[in-house]
Design a protein around this ligand. Structure first.
Ligand SMILES: [Ca+2]
Length: 317
């Protein structure tokens, strides 16, 4: 073999080797590239997923913010409702307490007596049937006697039965409930209304006195020169009530149906000087300076108290 041929073979072999190495390298690079491409695609896929998750997250975040706002607004409303409810509860408690007080005062009125039980309007028909007319100067004495005698004849004396007296009540409010405490005391003194006394045809001294005062007040109407009172007196362990008509000239007429006593004689009621007549009536009942306790005058306008016989005379004189 010639030298040049050898060289050519070596070169050719070298070239083949280089081509083989390059091919191998190229192939390996190609494989690597494929792998990387796959990885890039996976990463891009992941990136798209992340992007989608990010969008979802943002939507959730917006929803959460909205819900939070709604929650806070609802919480605000709830507070408003709670305030309104508490106000309403308080208002209804106050209203309830007022109704209770009204009821108690209506019940207790029967224990205290007073101006509300002198009811001239309720006995209009009685005045018309017993006297037949209103105040008349000419027939005054016999008119008042007719009233006295009507009660004596038609109303039987009877003692009161027991009656409830509302002593105290207390209404309080807590978050959960109302608390109501009512105490009842049973008393043995009751004031009937004039109509009740007329219907029952019985009553005790103050019931007859209030009936008499109602009839007398109706009879005298709104005359300013005559005042009609229920006079109640306490002495020793006793008490009594009668009706008293006071004229502005300082004379009085006592009409005491339960005591079958009237100022005057036979069938005529008369007006006599206040001091003489009240002392005479006190004498009739055995009331004196020693045992006298207290007197109460009630008319349609209100009431007044006298703590001594002198004060009673002073009031009527
Ligand atoms: Ca009574």
């Amino acid at each position: 073999m010639v030298f040049t041929e050898k060289i050519s073979i070596i070169i050719a072999l070298s070239l083949l080797l280089v081509i083989a190495v390059l091919s191998t390298l190229f192939y390996m690079t190609y494989l690597e590239n494929l792998k990387l491409k796959k990885q890039v695609e996976m990463l891009m896929e992941k990136s798209r997923e992340l992007e989608s998750l990010k969008i979802k997250y943002e939507v959730c975040l917006t929803n959460a913010t909205n819900l939070r706002n709604e929650y806070e607004s609802l919480l605000e409303k709830l507070k408003e409702y709670e305030t309104t409810f508490l106000q309403f509860k308080t208002i209804s408690t106050v209203a309830f307490q007022q109704k209770l007080e009204e009821l108690a005062s209506k019940i207790n009125e029967r224990v205290y007596g007073g101006k509300n039980l002198i009811r001239p309007d309720d006995v209009e028909a009685t005045v018309m049937s017993v006297v037949g007319h209103k105040f008349n100067e000419e027939t005054l004495g016999s008119d008042l006697y007719s009233i006295f005698w009507f009660i004596v004849r038609n109303i039987k004396y009877s003692k009161d039965s027991v009656y409830p007296f509302i002593k105290m009540f207390n209404v309080s409010i807590t978050d959960a409930s109302y608390n109501i405490t009512i105490e009842v005391e049973w008393v043995t003194n009751v004031y009937q209304t004039p109509i009740e006394t007329l219907k029952r045809k019985e009553g005790d001294c103050e019931d007859m006195a209030y009936l008499a005062a109602s009839i007398l007040q109706n009879y005298f109407e709104d005359r300013k020169d005559y005042e009609v009172y229920v006079l109640q007196v306490l002495w020793g362990e006793e008490g009594h009530a009668a009706a008293v008509v006071r004229h502005i000239n300082g004379t009085i007429a006592i009409i005491d149906p339960a005591g079958k006593y009237f100022t005057g004689r036979v069938t005529e009621v008369m007006f006599k000087p206040a001091k003489d007549e009240i002392l005479r009536w006190f004498g009739y009942w055995g009331i004196n300076e020693t045992n006298f306790k207290r007197a109460r005058f009630t008319n349609i306008l209100g009431e007044a108290y006298a703590e001594s016989i002198e004060a009673v005379i002073g009031f009527l004189d």
